[in-house]
Write a protein that binds this ligand. Structure first.
Ligand code: 9GP
Length: 871
């Protein structure tokens, strides 16, 4: 590797080589020097926040040493590099995760002997916990100081975060590229039952997990025009794009440690900055203030994350973000490649770029522009390189989530890119015409440019397919659906091999070990795996099946669940202003029924809350017709229905669903007659760190989307990994979950995706009668029972089912939903042994859903990439 340091000086460098801390004493020394030197504090003013900062800096120092070695190793070995482009990385907190991942193994004789382990180089969480205690702090309190890095909306962003963890764990030479938003997803407050958004300025205190790379600044252009005064008329020839506005992309790096490996990969996030160039024409004309203001606007590009999940709004600033990020990342990738001096034709052997959804599709166009305009490659040679380099992951079939950009807007912002898109489309359509002559309909259906309306649009998903060598869906059902619906024509054109499936996964380090330490401990003890190797090889969990019916083991299993339920009850009490919602005395016999995810009509939180209302009405009716509370409790045993999730700020119906949940909670929780048998609670500001408390506490979780709408879902996997059972539709990854854990261990209900069209048609043209129990629920809602001040408050919700075609088929699935909920009650309350057996068997067979398995599949079937292991 190149270096500027003369040979005679290198010895000195080696002599003073920085060292990692290995013992608690070395850690303590580091910690104190960071308190004093980095934070300029001391023994007398080191609070929990400062302690968190100093701990993180110390841990980061260790990671940085490995990070440097990893980068050197990957450069020297020269394997294929993978770049994961994602507009969202929903990382959550970093410190606890780093402590878990940088653990070293404990030898068998040291298990349980903390003080011995301390001196044996175990840099794991236990050592730091003890050291923190000695320094006067509690690790748990320190961890709580860290704000979530909430640079994502939901499943798509969290998937990217799990993937970078697995890429590092699998020793793949892989970087993530994203944006460093100053404001992550908004913080949600619930005021009088309504969602209120407040800004999440997560960088309020300096972020110890990022390394600012002030030396890596990439100039990015927007607007302007293509200059053809050099006489070259063809858009296929190298062209000069004269940008009209220029900003700088500055890199911020986040080290990503793998689990039980010294590989530390990089997540590079770009920040927009003004250039130092100055508009002298404005200055000279006396408009100094204006020219500075214009410069300052640069920063707005990376100011906020767009808060929509599965919905594209088409705002110019969003397109600017996308290009800014794609161009900066591509420039960085190309620069690194060029250092090797390899010919361009080897670019796809050296580099694989994965597009997380269509958001980074402009990267395809940017690489073509770099190769043709800047590197002067022949257009077709360049295009061949581009296709071999990129692969695209689709995450949705829903029309409103498929990105399209008006041709006018794209051409104004990126004039040269629009030319290239037209050329890509032209050659593509020619090939289609050759294969399927005279099929004008087909040509117009598959054209990148949608020409149906006066407002022509660029269809980003089509561009992504055409510019990639592989396209994958994220669960089997979804991958089949894209082939038969939205991308059907492309299967005809390219053949089915271009389309594949990689079922999503989650990292067991965060979602089991970190979120559920008690369960992790019980597992490692039971399967005799003190070094937690099962977190790398989840097939080891099948050992647990042996104990599924063992009474002693079931008791321990249940105790862990109760512990986690109490932990959640504490969180809820804290969020509820110190007032308990859940009756702790009966917590063992209270079923925790949880639905936490983005609020969306297709995810059907409305079905869940209508089910709750139905239950409440049934209970009330029993009491009114003379039933005793014991009889009611026998039929409708104790249950708490927990909701959580954010709605996009402009999504009226989703916000109304949140309000309905809170209004129902208000009535039900205060109804003394039902004596705490039913409680409802909406957890405000659901995020990754709350999910780590919520997920382990579920008895039952709900994944009840209309069949065919949820591409995969990943929280379903998290709940199963924590021993919660699922009530769900035959949708997304629920299908594979059923296959893996067995259909006896999941509560499935509802219509199948193949019936959805027919059911929708039926609603549109025949207006079928509502099932009686649902009608009663909707009538009650409309009577103002939950909105005494405004009887019409929830009418848009009830009307959408009654009069507007019930697009999400709530009425079609309602009866099977409540019947299945009855079954849940029966098993949970009447046959606890059976319930625990299902729970244990679920965890025993959840191994397939580790994101390590996903990454291996991507590496093998899409990237053709190999790990670069440390010696
Ligand atoms: O809605 C899907 C969700 O089902 C999936 O689990 C997640 C990760 O693959 O992606 C979501 N899609 C989007 O957020 C937008 O396409």
């Amino acid at each position: 590797i190149e270096t500027k340091i003369p040979v005679q000086s290198r010895e000195l460098w080696n002599k003073h080589k920085v060292q990692k801390f290995n013992t608690s004493e070395e850690f303590e020394e580091k910690f104190i020097s960071h308190v004093e030197w980095t934070l300029a504090r001391s023994l007398y003013n080191c609070d929990d926040l400062a302690a968190y900062q100093a701990t993180s800096q110390s841990v980061r120092d260790n990671l940085v040493i490995d990070w440097n070695k990893t980068q050197q190793r990957q450069t020297v070995r020269g394997g294929k590099r993978v770049y994961y482009l994602s507009l969202e990385f929903l990382m959550g907190r970093a410190l606890d995760n780093a402590l878990i991942n940088m653990r070293t193994d404990t030898s068998a004789q040291d298990v349980g002997k903390t003080d011995q382990v301390l001196t044996k180089g175990n840099t794991s969480r236990e050592m730091i916990r003890q050291a923190m205690k000695d320094l006067g702090f509690k690790l748990e309190d320190i961890l709580e100081q860290e704000p979530d890095a909430a640079l994502g909306n939901g499943g798509l962003g969290r998937l990217a975060a799990c993937f970078v963890d697995s890429l590092a764990t699998g020793n793949f030479p892989a970087w993530g590229y994203g944006l460093r938003y100053q404001y992550g997803i908004f913080a949600q407050k619930i005021i009088n039952g309504y969602q209120v958004e407040t800004p999440d300025y997560w960088l309020n205190f300096s972020n110890p997990w990022e390394i600012e790379r002030a030396e890596i600044q990439v100039p990015i252009n927007f607007y302007g025009y293509v200059d053809r005064t050099n006489g070259e008329q063809s858009t296929l020839a190298p062209s000069d794009w004269i940008g009209g506005e220029r900003v700088l992309a500055m890199a911020h790096d986040m080290p990503i440690p793998g689990f039980k490996t010294s590989t530390v990969n990089n997540l590079r996030l770009w920040n927009a900055k003004p250039t130092t160039e100055f508009d002298f024409s404005k200055f000279n004309s006396g408009d100094y203030k204006n020219s500075v203001e214009q410069q300052q606007r640069a920063e707005s590009i990376t100011a906020v994350l767009y808060p929509n999940d599965n919905f594209e709004q088409g705002k110019e600033l969003r397109l600017k973000q996308q290009y800014f990020w794609c161009a900066a990342s591509l420039h960085d990738i190309v620069r690194r490649f060029k250092k090797n001096g390899r010919p361009w034709s080897e670019f796809p052997d050296a580099i694989a770029i994965q597009l997380n959804d269509t958001h980074p599709t402009l990267a395809i166009v940017e690489l073509q522009r770099i190769l043709v305009d800047l590197e002067k490659l022949d257009w077709h040679l360049a295009w061949d390189i581009v296709i071999k380099t990129f692969a695209y992951t689709n995450h949705t079939v829903m029309q409103e989530a498929l990105e399209k950009w008006p041709v006018g807007l794209l051409g104004h912002l990126l004039p040269r890119h629009l030319e290239i898109i037209f050329d890509i489309n032209w050659f593509f359509l020619q090939n289609v015409e050759k294969k399927f002559p005279h099929d004008m309909e087909l040509l117009s259906r598959v054209s990148i440019i949608e020409d149906a309306s006066s407002d022509r649009q660029v269809r980003m998903a089509f561009l992504a397919i055409i510019g990639s060598h592989k396209v994958n869906g994220v669960a089997e059902l979804h991958s089949d659906l894209i082939k038969t619906t939205i991308f059907q024509d492309f299967v005809k054109i390219y053949g089915a091999n271009k389309f594949t499936n990689v079922t999503n996964g989650i990292t067991p380090r965060r979602w089991l070990k970190q979120a559920n330490p008690k369960l992790a401990q019980l597992i490692s003890e039971t399967i005799n795996d003190p070094n937690d190797d099962y977190l790398l090889d989840m097939s080891k969990l099948t050992e647990l099946s042996k104990y599924a019916e063992d009474a002693g083991f079931q008791k321990k299993w249940n105790d862990v669940k109760q512990f986690n339920k109490l932990r959640l009850a504490d969180l809820i009490k804290r969020l509820n202003g110190g007032v308990d919602v859940i009756d702790r005395e009966h917590i063992r016999n209270t079923l925790f029924d949880i639905q936490v995810k983005r609020i969306h009509e297709y995810k059907r939180q409305q079905l869940n809350i209508f089910g709750v209302i139905h239950r409440y009405l049934e209970m009330k009716e029993m009491l009114q017709s003379g039933g005793s509370i014991e009889e009611v409790a026998n039929r409708y045993p104790r249950k708490v229905s927990i909701f959580g999730g954010k709605s996009a700020p402009g999504y009226y119906m989703a916000k109304l669903i949140i309000k309905l949940v809170n209004s129902v909670a208000e009535v039900v929780n205060n109804d003394a007659e039902i004596q705490d048998l039913l409680k409802v609670y909406f957890i405000p500001d659901y995020n990754v760190s709350k999910a780590e408390i919520i997920t382990p506490a579920s008895d039952l979780s709900e994944h009840i989307s209309t069949a065919g709408t949820e591409a995969s879902g990943t929280s379903n996997m998290k709940f199963v990994m924590n021993g919660g059972l699922i009530i769900g539709t035959v949708d997304g990854a629920n299908v594979e979950i059923t296959r893996e854990i067995g259909e006896d261990n999941i509560f499935l209900f509802g219509n199948l995706s193949e019936n959805v069209d027919e059911l929708r048609y039926n609603h549109q043209f025949h207006n079928p009668e509502l099932p009686k129990p649902l009608k009663r629920v909707l009538d009650t809602v409309e009577s103002g029972a939950f909105s005494p001040q405004n009887h019409h408050e929830f009418k848009p919700l009830t009307d959408s089912i009654k009069y507007h075609g019930d697009y999400y088929l709530v009425s079609d699935d309602f009866e099977s939903y409540i019947a299945t909920q009855d079954l849940v009650d029966e098993v949970y309350h009447k046959n606890k042994k059976e319930w625990l057996k299902k729970s244990i068997l679920s965890v025993a067979n959840v191994g397939f859903f580790s994101s390590d398995r996903c990454i291996e599949e991507y590496a093998e079937t899409i990237w053709n990439a190999e790990p670069v292991k440390p010696e």
